[in-house]
Design a protein around this ligand. Structure first.
Ligand code: FES
Length: 87
């Protein structure tokens, strides 16, 4: 598991192994718009300010994934203990 820090509010949200980032944020009343929920459509794309995403989508190119400055929170996770999202 890992945690997400929301940059605008400073809120820290733990993401359990059985949850997506979107699901974990929803439990705290933070809604991210989704469509496919499988990393295909890009609807949920969110900017990453710090931390290393574990990209599990097929939406970004390899170069975009390596930049580590955005992620698809419907399906992607984190390689670092914390991800700071521009939310
Ligand atoms: Fe489609 Fe996340 S909802 S990529």
């Amino acid at each position: 598991s890992f945690e997400v820090l929301l940059a605008s509010s400073g809120k820290v949200v733990p993401v359990a192994a059985h949850q997506s980032i979107v699901q974990a944020l929803a439990t705290q009343g933070v809604e991210i718009e989704v469509s496919c929920e499988q990393g295909v459509c890009g609807t949920c794309v969110t900017r990453v300010l710090d931390g290393v995403p574990d990209h599990r989508d097929s939406y970004f190119t390899d170069a975009e994934k390596r930049a580590n400055d955005q992620c698809t929170p419907c399906c992607s996770r984190a390689l670092s203990a914390r991800l700071v999202l521009d939310l």
